[in-house]
Design a protein around this ligand. Structure first.
Ligand code: G3P
Ligand code: MG
Length: 249
């Protein structure tokens, strides 16, 4: 099974142009010609996987500072998740993972599903997300599971060892990153492209797996990273990055 990722991956959909982690964001990315999207998945109180980034509601909804982990799906559904971004998106809702997968599949996109558990829910979030995926998703050459949580990644390894996993490296790499990557049997390294230095990329190049950089919106930075050997880019602005990296070839 060979991973067939694209060089440009729409971040949280296409987060510069539509509210992040929404169906509208996925539609927007597809309409722009993007072939892969990334989104973040966490659990409601009643264990339903939804698309959401933060642990609390206030940045991207009208729900105040409540923790997502304390809200049922019904409470999540009552929230409004668009007008913080632009009036034209007022009224849109937080989608379930199941709804989002239908849209991704409908557009024929590849997917990086990032498991983004609320604290203490690392295992159950991975289990619930993979359970839904296993019922809906067929094309495992175009699916990449990733997480900053090593527990979530280990759960993915245990539940679906033959699916592709991406090793998400934060700005500060864990000391044992090589051992972890080997144990988790990862297919890609997903690095913070705004913080990573060339020596780190060189270390990854030795391992001969694709390197993906998040979150790159600056064309100059994309060209530098591409010159170092980075293979793909998570970006909020897929059109800007597409122009940037095409000029290299
Ligand atoms: O998966 C790449 C990137 O999305 C990781 O960071 O915080 O944007 O989810 P974040
Ligand atoms: Mg993410």
């Amino acid at each position: 099974m060979t991973l067939k990722f694209s060089k440009i991956i729409g971040h949280r959909g296409a987060a510069a142009y539509a509210p992040e982690n929404t169906l509208e964001g996925i539609h927007t990315a597809a309409d722009m010609g993007v072939e892969w999207v990334e989104f973040d998945v966490k659990l409601t109180k009643d264990q339903v996987p939804i698309l959401f980034h933060d642990d609390t509601l206030e940045r991207t909804t009208n729900g105040g500072d409540r923790p997502v982990a304390e809200c049922t799906l019904d409470e999540i559904r009552a929230l409004e998740a668009g007008s913080w971004f632009a009036d034209s998106f007022a009224g849109i809702k937080i989608p379930t993972l199941e709804e989002a997968l239908e849209v991704v599949i409908g557009h024929g996109l590849g997917l990086n599903l990032e498991i983004k558990p609320c604290p203490g829910r690392e295992k159950e979030t991975a289990e619930a997300a993979l359970d839904i995926l296993s019922q809906i998703w067929d094309d495992h050459d175009r699916l990449l599971i990733s997480s900053f949580s090593h527990v979530s990644m280990e759960t993915a390894l245990d539940m679906a060892g033959d699916w592709h996993r991406g090793f998400l490296l934060p700005e500060e790499w864990p000391e044992n990153w090589r051992e972890l990557a080997e144990y988790l049997d990862v297919s890609t390294f997903n690095v913070n492209g705004n913080k990573v230095v060339r020596e780190q990329i060189d270390e990854l190049l030795d391992l001969e797996k694709p390197i993906l950089a998040y979150t790159i919106n600056d064309p100059d930075r994309a060209r530098i990273l591409q010159g170092w050997g980075v293979d793909g880019f998570f970006t909020d602005a897929p059109d800007v990055l597409t122009d940037a990296i095409l000029k290299v070839h």
